[in-house]
Design a protein around this ligand. Structure first.
Ligand SMILES: [Zn+2]
Length: 422
């Protein structure tokens, strides 16, 4: 079988619609993937998992002094609620987290400068803020051409304590601050919810070492507003093409192909999968993950969530077949992280822009017009080649043991507290 970029592209067009965690569209995409797999004569299945989430019923924000104007905002899911009917507070632009700013913040509603880390949130929460607002987009955005996303207050923040939280366009924040706004009225009503998301799973049993399992994964969900073709319809169609290869060329080791749901909410599909198979995780010796691909402008990338030897191995293979790629050791913000957390080393493939302006992840501009069959094919051919070498190796070349720097990166990424040494 030959890798066929046109076939990949055709499937990408079929799943290239907004498919947010737990939505009917996410399920529809799962079923399209299921049909594609069934057409190969295999029996895939859905593995549902519950997602704890939140929904926002009311999110209102208005400047009340020295002028009156209501602004379009989104409210953070699972943030703190205001009193019904809203609350009025003094406004402060919190340009930093130094003691001077923090002393001024007491009792005020603050617009924060840039991203709010958990550590910064601890400081402003302790300072006694009445609520906060983050800014999204850029100062040159046009309203009709951009979207304002809805954010979620992460558990690591909720553990500190909750306050009402909002997200606003940067252009509006600029107007508010330039206009010298001093008082605002805020109203937020959010409630916890749960919904169901699905992983799509199919297994090819190994011919010689069926007890050794290599997982091959890609997430198929998207964020709101985005058709998610680059991120990560491309990875979804890449592993579909890999599956075709291994159906025709049965591997020595067992291969489990998984299309993960809800990656965009925090790798939830892969976390659910690793949890579901916790008892047999010791048999899972390796993971291959594909996240982003197919971009015409851009270059191939390989990320080794393993010891350095895999990086060298991939560099050698790439040279052998004439595949241009960057190779780096480390974790990726993707579904290989829960595997690494369970001790499973991983190889990540992708293709993306190296400079700003080439692609627009997580926006309406993640468009199929930026993707080509040829660009999909080039990454896939190498992924098939490398995977074929690995799963058919006489002795599996990558040790199932992660070096200390990877363990630390995973712990940091998952916000795990460092274990106390005895
Ligand atoms: Zn992604």
């Amino acid at each position: 079988m030959k890798v066929d970029g046109n076939r990949q592209f055709a499937l990408l067009e079929k799943i290239g619609f907004v498919r947010v965690s737990g939505s009917p569209e996410e399920l529809k995409a799962a079923n399209i993937l299921m049909d594609e797999i069934k057409a190969m004569g295999l029996e895939p299945h859905l593995e549902p998992f519950e997602v704890s989430y939140g929904k926002v019923n009311v999110a209102k924000f208005a400047v009340t002094e020295p002028y009156q104007k209501e602004y379009t905002v989104t409210g953070y899911r699972l943030a703190g609620n205001t009193a019904k009917g809203g609350e009025e507070h003094e406004l402060l632009y919190l340009e930093g987290y130094d003691d001077v700013m923090l002393q001024k913040a007491k009792g005020k509603f603050v617009i924060v400068n840039g991203r709010l880390t958990v550590d910064d949130y601890k400081k402003v929460y302790a300072a006694g803020i009445a609520g906060f607002m983050t800014m999204g987009g850029t100062v040159i955005d046009e309203v009709e051409k951009t979207d304002l996303d809805t954010r979620t207050m992460r558990d690591s923040m909720r553990e500190v304590g909750t306050v009402p939280a909002f997200h606003i366009r940067m252009t509006d924040a600029l107007e508010i601050l330039k206009s010298g706004a001093t008082k605002v009225k805020i109203e937020l009503d959010t409630e916890p919810t749960t919904h169901t998301s699905n992983n799509v799973v199919v297994t090819i049993p190994g011919t010689e070492k069926p007890e050794e399992i290599v997982d091959v994964g890609a997430h198929y969900d998207s964020v709101e507003f985005s058709s998610g073709v680059w991120d990560n319809g491309a990875g979804s169609v890449t592993i579909m093409e890999m599956l075709r290869h291994f159906v025709e060329n049965p591997p020595k080791r067992t291969m489990r192909f998984i299309w993960f749901g809800s990656e965009e909410l925090g790798l939830l599909g892969s976390h659910a999968y690793v949890k579901q198979y916790a008892d047999e995780m010791s048999k899972h010796i390796f993971m291959i993950n594909v996240d982003v691909g197919g971009s015409v402008l851009g270059g191939n990338m390989a990320g080794c969530t393993s010891d350095e030897s895999l990086c060298k191995y991939i560099e050698y293979l790439a040279k052998e077949v004439g595949y241009s790629t960057s190779v780096r050791q480390g974790i990726m913000s993707s579904d290989s992280v829960p595997f690494a957390n369970a001790g499973v080393p991983a190889l990540n493939f992708g293709r993306g822009g190296r400079g700003p302006g080439m692609g627009f992840m997580h926006t309406r501009y993640d468009m199929i017009s930026l993707i080509s069959p040829e660009a999909l094919q080039v990454t896939t051919e190498f992924a098939v080649y490398a995977a074929d070498r690995l799963v058919n190796a006489v002795v599996f070349p990558v040790p199932r043991q992660l070096p200390q720097n990877i363990v630390e990166q995973v712990d940091k990424y998952l916000n795990k507290k460092p274990e106390k040494k005895a």
